[in-house]
Design a protein around this ligand. Sequence first.
Ligand code: DP6
Length: 359
Amino acid sequence: MLHLAHGLTDVPIAHNRVSCRASKPTQRFLAMMGSNSGRARARAHSNIALVKYWGKRDAVLNLPAVGSISVTLDGLYTDTEVIFDAKATIDRVALNGAQTDPTRFSRFLDLVRRRAGIDKRAIVVSDNNFPTGAGLASSASGFAALALAASAAAGLTMNSRELSILARQGSGSAARSILGGLVEMHRGDADNGLDAYAEPILDADTWPLEVVVAITDTGVKSVDSTAGMQSSGTASDFYPAWVEHAERDLAGMRSAIADRDFTAVGELTEYSCLKMHGLMLSTRPGLIYWNAATVAAMHAVRKLRADGLPVYFTIDAGPQVKALCAPGHADAVAAALAKVPGVLETRITALGPAAFRVE
Ligand code: DP6
């Protein structure tokens, strides 16, 4: 795989030689729609934040109120193909083999069309290798893959900073999925959002952390992140404190990563997760994303730690628990979490690469 080189934010993302065949439903969909030039495919991986993003400073440009730091996950990804078709009259989207409402995609494709000076409608075919909309950051990998595939299909050459800014306008966390390894998303201050993008901190091989994902529910969550964070911004007394102290948490995490201090990284990870969920719980009406198995898995992680395993939990806006493990400990953690009542499945993943194009 071709990783984005560390710090090379002003070079175009290269083609990847990995060949990636369309799934059967995807091939049927493409055959049905016909094909044309102006076509590109991309893969982007999901990510989880160690220092969390929750809240916006601008809803239109989707500018975050706080920066965030994440790890990109090798095992969870989205493959997306975009075809700009001169004959198409509307945008059509197939998500995991089923036609889906194109509204959110069309709004995003308009950004690409405007930049490229084209007005062709698009066929978008997107497949996740994990449950969609259940707190596994499918919007992160989804909009990152769409940003890369759509911009390439439109004939644009964009560097990773430009792609991150574009992906952010689809979903804030997607800005981070353009990059691999450990990644920082900058909150930025500018009104036009040009300083709100993600950058790599360390690439995936430099510190081979592992993550165990414990899936406790595969259903779609009741309140999505966009709606949830909008409520927290206006209806939680805790929100001003959340924004005020974000920079301190980010600085702590940057220095813990620079020192490769797993304990400090892990402690800050749990802290940021619990603080964000405290903010969610304090919102009126309260946002409760956990189920019984989520809580049981959190206790299990702390018990494993008390028994000497280097592992810390984090949880996004959903019921799944992600256990951050020091290199070499994921198998033992996964075996223990698989026994927690209500845990349906565990997946082990290494840190993943930057988004890339597939042929
Ligand atoms: C809890 O990126 O899904 O996962 O920008 O509105 O699309 P939008 O929100 P989204 O929110 C992610 C929130 C989180 C924390 C995080 O990933 O940092």
